[in-house]
Design a protein around this ligand. Structure first.
Ligand code: HDE
Length: 681
């Protein structure tokens, strides 16, 4: 990256709209526009005397600072946002009249914020947690917000339980810990006593909860929505985001270490890839079910704890989102963005999913406290790209200066404008669903099967993924102090899979359930991450070398790695230039201290001519950690000796070679495969 880009961000995609202020090369002024002549010393009586109230610049600067913080989001506080665009591949005209989904090639700007859920804003990037995946489409008909998660189901079936669930997962109220973790008593107490969470808990214990990169995870709208076409005909629809890089995860031991070594690991990864022009991409998929088929499934399409297996209802890919511009200002954009599942456009409507219905209330309500009043839609990041006119007025922070006398409807002094638009003119019309029933507070009978899809999820996992789920349950319950809670959870798992429950029971010191089990044999291959896309693009390779490295070999290998779109980083005992045996110099940009192996996807061990004991010891640590986390290791020349000393030359994903050409090809294949699970670890 050149220096100019470092200062300016990704200038290629920079847009200076009227809201952006470029303060560089300008004089310092007060907020009133007055030029300031002194910004380091407050106004005092003599150089050692008391400060004067009269110093308006000091007071303004300090007051503004004192008010810089706003409440963090009650959930999804820690987020990363970026701009981009969505392009439609295939017309959805038969299903929806949404204008941005009519003509292939149509592009609309988007803003996406990806978040963790439980942790505070200052927590770390890879807890075991759900990730929020919220996208604002700025369409010509208004903003459409797809506010989803990286898991397709949820913990509860009715919004009224959300405050309870969140209270249970957040740090415990009497101690204030643990931060950003579900591994504690109240969370598991909630789960065991609200068994509708069984399916979601399987996702949470799976590798999906520890994504290697925000660019390598799926997104889901979760709820069933409606598409409504020109003729007013509706279809049920579920939304999916499919990452072009495939779905990849860290392993748990690695994730825990990353959180200490680089708490910003995920955000830095996506930020840098956008700066480098390696734009993250996701394809948008839809599952569509005609309304007539509402009752054809063995689950209720309104139940947010259920998926529509992709093998039963195929995901039709209809477009692509590319994130191509980092924010200029995290507060103004990522922090102030306000999503709302109720922000829809004509042709997109809701279902009666009781979780979705409750969300339609909560999101505006939460912005009122978080953004301090009802005018948050005027903030630059939230403004639609089409004009907006109505009779709403005043309130904190109002920016629009509405002209004229009338702010009511009906009126005669403004010709009864702004006036409602007819459907033909683009006015939004709610889908005229026929509903009849008694007012009751109850769970529908059709929502009462909590375990079949949890078992289907388990059945769909590879052996490695199953082991990870078992380990995750054992870890999480291992952190639960109350034995009776551990027992309750294990008894609950027995309804999903008896063998799993018994193994976890054994690990966490409670009684093995003897009955339970499930007769569900169905599986859905699409749920396994093993069936994903594998490629080397943008993976990070640690290249460990020392003075006197074999220049010719290393030059060729690094060149090869770059040609395959990986990011090599040279690591050595100290930063700066390292000399090869024939005089070539390479810049070490990380040391053993700053370049921990958990921060890389693969390791290439080069070594040097006369490496010190210390160098060999630290390289051995890198080798062992990388090996233990099942990641690819390559070695040439002296590096092979270091692998030998660690006894790991003949293992899957460990590539050694003297013939550099062959070495690169095999090493890149090993890198693309990412994890080599059949190792003797
Ligand atoms: Fe949210 N959720 N949520 N949620 N949610 C919020 O809104 C809420 C749910 C999701 O990057 C809050 O602006 C209720 C499901 C994302 O800014 C709040 C219920 C899904 C984000 C809120 C749910 C989500 C939020 C907090 C149960 C996946 C972050 C701050 C009915 C489909 C958006 C805010 C961003 C944020 C309420 C459940 C996704 C309090 C009541 C299910 C991605 O309004």
């Amino acid at each position: 990256m050149n220096q100019e880009n470092k200062v300016n961000g990704n200038s290629k995609n920079k847009q200076l709209d009227p809201f952006r202020s470029d303060d560089r090369d300008k004089h310092l002024t007060t907020n009133q526009g007055l030029k300031v002549s002194e910004d380091e010393f407050s106004l005092k009586v003599g150089s050692r005397g008391p400060t004067l109230m009269e110093d308006f610049h000091f007071r303004e600067k300090m007051t503004h600072f004192d008010h810089e913080r706003i409440p963090e989001r009650v959930v999804h506080a820690r987020g990363y946002g970026a701009h981009g665009e969505f392009e439609l591949y295939e017309s959805m005209k038969p299903y929806t009249k949404a204008k941005f989904l009519q003509n292939p090639g149509t592009k609309v700007p988007v803003f996406t914020r990806i978040s963790t859920v439980a942790g505070s804003k200052g927590s770390f990037d890879i807890p075991r947690d759900v990730r929020g995946f919220a996208t604002k489409f700025y369409t010509e008909e208004g903003n459409f917000d797809l506010v989803g998660n990286n898991m397709p189901v949820f913990f509860i079936q009715d919004a009224i339980k959300f405050p309870d669930f969140i209270h249970a997962v957040k740090p415990e109220p009497d101690t204030g810990y643990p931060q950003a973790a579900s591994a504690h008593d109240t969370f598991w107490d909630f789960i065991a006593n609200n068994q509708e969470s069984a399916h979601m808990v399987m996702w949470l214990m799976s590798d999906r909860a520890i994504p290697r990169s925000l660019r390598m995870m799926e997104g889901f709208g979760v709820h069933t929505f409606r598409f409504v076409n020109d003729e007013g005909k509706a279809h049920f629809v579920k939304f999916h985001w499919k990452p072009k890089l495939g779905i990849h995860s860290a392993v748990w031991d690695e994730a825990q270490k990353i959180n200490g070594k680089n708490p910003d690991f995920n955000r830095q990864d996506i930020h840098e890839s956008i700066e480098n022009g390696d734009y993250p991409e996701w394809e948008l998929g839809v599952q569509i079910v005609p309304e007539e088929d509402e009752f054809k499934f063995d689950f209720d399409v309104l139940d947010p704890t259920k998926i529509w297996p992709e093998e039963d209802v195929p995901v039709k890919i209809i477009g692509k989102m590319t994130l191509n511009r980092n924010v200029d200002n995290v507060f103004a954009e990522t922090e102030q963005v306000a999503f709302h599942p109720g922000s829809v456009v004509p042709g997109i409507d809701f279902s009666n999913d009781p979780l979705l219905q409750g969300r339609l209330f909560s999101y505006t309500d939460t912005q009122l406290i978080r953004l301090g009043g009802p005018n948050f839609h005027e903030l630059p990041i939230n403004r639609p790209v089409c004009p907006f006119h109505n009779n709403q007025r005043d309130g904190y922070g109002r920016q629009t200066i509405n002209i004229g006398k009338s702010s009511y409807h009906n009126n005669s002094i403004a010709n009864n404008t702004p006036s409602p638009a007819s459907v033909e003119e683009g006015g939004y019309e709610h889908y005229q669903e026929k509903v009849e029933g008694r007012k009751i507070q109850a769970r529908s009978e059709s929502f009462k099967d909590h375990f079949s899809q949890a078992t289907m999820f388990w059945n769909s996992m590879s052996d490695v993924e199953k082991q990870h789920i078992q380990d995750a349950f054992s870890f999480e319950l291992g952190m639960v102090n109350n034995k009776h809670i551990r027992q309750q959870v294990v008894d609950m798992i027995a309804h999903i899979h008896l063998g799993l429950a018994q193994k976890v029971a054994d690990n966490v010191g409670v009684q093995q359930p003897l009955t339970g089990g499930s007769d569900v044999s169905k599986s859905s291959p699409a749920l396994s991450q093993m069936n994903t896309i594998y490629q080397p693009d943008t993976l990070k390779i640690a290249v460990v070398l020392d003075e006197g490295f074999n220049d010719l070999e290393v030059e060729t290998v690094i060149q090869g790695l770059k040609e395959h779109q990986t990011y090599p980083t040279v690591i050595s005992s100290k930063l700066g230039r390292i000399k090869g045996e024939n005089g070539m110099e390479l810049e070490a940009t990380a040391t053993f201290d700053t370049g921990d192996p958990v921060l890389f996807d693969a390791l290439y061990v080069v070594g040097g001519k006369n490496s010190s004991k210390d160098f060999t010891k630290k390289t051995s640590y890198m080798v062992q950690e990388t090996f233990k986390h099942f990641k690819p290791i390559g070695a040439t020349g002296k590096g092979i000796n270091i692998l030998r000393e660690n006894g790991i030359t003949e293992e899957p994903g460990v590539i050694t070679g003297d013939q550099v050409g062959n070495f690169i090809t095999t090493f890149i294949d090993a890198v693309a495969a990412q994890r080599h699970w059949n190792r003797n670890v």
